[in-house]
Design a protein around this ligand. Structure first.
Ligand SMILES: Cc1ncc(COP(=O)(O)O)c(C=O)c1O
Length: 358
């Protein structure tokens, strides 16, 4: 017997969500964003599960090398570029593409002896003020990058700050800045994240960069994944490892935060914050026991949660508990825990086994 906490990863749902990208942005190439272990879903399996992706976006060299060593030959983009000059030989050796967003990174390229052409995505700060060159600096940076030895293709990207809110004026302003700065420059362009793919067609350009929608979570505030026809890829499950009958007044879990209002069955499921389940999940958080609703009570422990089983009098040790996924949207769980689905999915600990199903 192994500990029953596991995440089922449905590759058919992944493909369905990828098809939603293609339906929404049919003329664009797709850079699938698979950083942070593919948002917790398993880097290599997810890359292999996206045979039509034109490129992959990752956050660091380790992620890119894992993909290459698993035999993935398609373009891989380091979204934050090289973190230092020492990374360049490997970047070049593994044929990786880089985002360049600082003057320091331009200098690294100017001083490098590149063995083969290096494709560069120049990042423009169109208003998010996180990464990228301010628009006025872009023509000068383009000239400098054009002069490096062994240049590959030069492309342009920027990132949307508020695209989840379709009423927010920021996205329109960012689009205007992107158009203006690239008017005189040639090269492929990319702006759209998942929210851009689904809600902002003007942001599609040559490449779209979906992340969260591939995994079946909604990128748009006020819209559910089901409304957007996205399917959950990860279903986080465990099992009941104890079912106790507790008397009225019994206090359950750390701090005795929750008190049984009557004599009742309390289930213990083997999942906790050590697995990535949110410690701030409140009493009343929905879970499914054998596919039917139940609720969490008391504080989340490192490896366990306590469940109110009054609506499951037949529940027994070994019964299945679903924490999110099929039948229980991760967005709903995230909202009730005061966070976002990105954090929950990425936070899945490596001790939770990932099981892939077609
Ligand atoms: C540069 C860049 N592009 C695209 C994405 C994908 O964003 P989303 O997961 O919201 O689609 C990210 C994710 O943070 C990103 O950093």
């Amino acid at each position: 017997m192994t500990r029953p906490a596991r995440a089922l990863i449905c590759l058919a749902a992944l493909q369905h969500n990828f098809n939603r990208v293609k339906e929404s942005a049919p003329a664009s190439q797709v850079m699938a964003i698979i950083k942070a272990n593919a948002y917790g879903h398993g880097l290599v399996h997810i890359a292999r599960g996206l045979p039509q992706a034109d490129a992959f976006g990752v956050a660091c060299l380790d992620e890119a090398i894992s993909l290459r060593e698993a035999g993935l030959g398609r373009p891989i983009v380091l979204l934050e570029g090289p973190f230092g000059a020492d990374e360049l030989p490997l970047i070049n050796g593994y044929c990786l593409d880089v985002v360049i967003h600082t003057a320091e990174q331009v200098e690294i390229l100017e001083q490098a002896q590149l063995q083969r052409p290096l494709n560069v995505w120049l990042k423009v700060d169109t208003g998010m003020h996180r990464l990228g060159f301010e628009p006025a600096a872009v023509p000068g940076i383009v000239r400098r990058l054009g002069a490096i030895g062994n240049p590959g293709e030069l492309r342009f990207l920027s990132h949307l700050a508020c695209a989840d809110d379709t009423a927010d004026a920021t996205t329109g302003q960012q689009l205007d800045v992107f158009h203006a700065v690239l008017q005189e420059l040639s090269g492929a362009r990319s702006l759209a994240n998942s929210a851009g793919v689904l809600a902002w067609p003007d942001s599609h350009f040559d490449w779209v960069r979906p992340g969260i929608m591939l995994y079946g979570s909604s990128p748009l505030s006020g819209r559910t994944a089901a409304e957007l026809d996205l399917q959950p890829v990860m279903t986080l499950e465990s099992e009941l490892i104890a079912v106790n009958t507790c008397p009225a007044g019994a206090r359950v879990g750390y701090g005795g935060d929750w008190e049984c209002p009557e004599t009742m069955p309390v289930g213990i499921a083997a999942i906790g914050y050590g697995d990535g389940y949110p410690r701030h999940a409140p009493t009343g958080m929905p879970v499914l026991v054998n596919g039917r609703p139940a609720a969490l009570v008391g504080r989340v422990s490192m490896d366990m949660v306590c469940l109110d089983l009054r609506s499951h009098p037949e529940a027994a040790v070994g019964d299945m508990v679903t924490l999110w996924g099929e039948g229980l949207p991760v967005d709903e769980v995230a909202e009730k825990a005061g966070t976002i689905a990105y954090e929950l999915l990425c936070g899945i600990s490596r001790r939770v086994g990932l099981d892939y199903i077609e």
